[in-house]
Write a protein that binds this ligand. Structure first.
Ligand code: RBF
Length: 173
């Protein structure tokens, strides 16, 4: 696969909007904490680097990835957030639990995003084994927490700065 060794966590910092006015929620699953807590560190760092203040980052921990959507729903009820980032790690085992959890999270976050109008970012690492998860939590494939943070900032910016039709026409070509 062409992208097999591409580290997508390396991004152009100059192209990330300012996050200083953004209020962001982060929901972290404690299952596979040695992975998810590294995702969390990777997520908070770029948020702060791009201007978000500590007081405007609201974090809650939930037991497992299946609870990410409920955690996001609860956080939304407590704070008026611009976006919610959900971080978890589901590793395939002997049974098909991973498929049910992953699908529930994907559908739940899509639903929350569309019904609340606020971006809900899918920061769920879904892997076949632990090594693949480690590779994506500060390993050779970067840190998916970083990518989730940058995605959240970009999506909130999209909402705060509506399209005018005067944007530059070239998209990376
Ligand atoms: N939660 C995770 O975040 N990652 C996992 O890899 C994971 N594996 C699970 C495997 C089984 C068989 C079960 C029953 C649960 C697992 N969970 C996992 C926990 C799940 O997300 C949730 O916290 C519990 O099912 C309680 O609703």
């Amino acid at each position: 696969m062409a992208s097999a060794l591409k580290n997508l966590s390396v991004y152009d910092e100059n192209n990330v909007p300012d996050a200083s006015e953004m209020k962001l929620g982060i929901v972290v699953a404690d299952w596979n904490a040695h992975i998810t807590h590294v995702l969390y560190q990777g997520c908070v760092e770029p948020l702060l680097k791009h201007g978000a203040s500590e007081e405007n980052i609201f974090t809650v921990q939930v037991p497992g990835s299946f609870e990410l959507t409920s955690g996001a729903r609860i956080l939304n009820g407590q704070q008026s957030l611009d976006a919610v980032i959900c971080l978890g790690c589901v590793i395939k085992g002997e049974t098909s639990h991973d498929e049910y959890i992953n699908m529930a999270v994907a559908q739940g976050l899509t639903h929350l995003g569309l019904t609340t109008g606020r971006p809900h970012i899918f920061g769920l690492v879904t892997t076949n084994n632990e090594q693949q998860a480690l590779d994506r939590a500060g390993g050779k494939h970067g840190n998916k927490g970083v990518e989730a943070a940058v995605t959240a900032i970009r999506m909130v910016h999209l909402k705060k700065a509506p399209v005018t039709g005067k944007e530059k026409r070239s998209i990376g070509f």
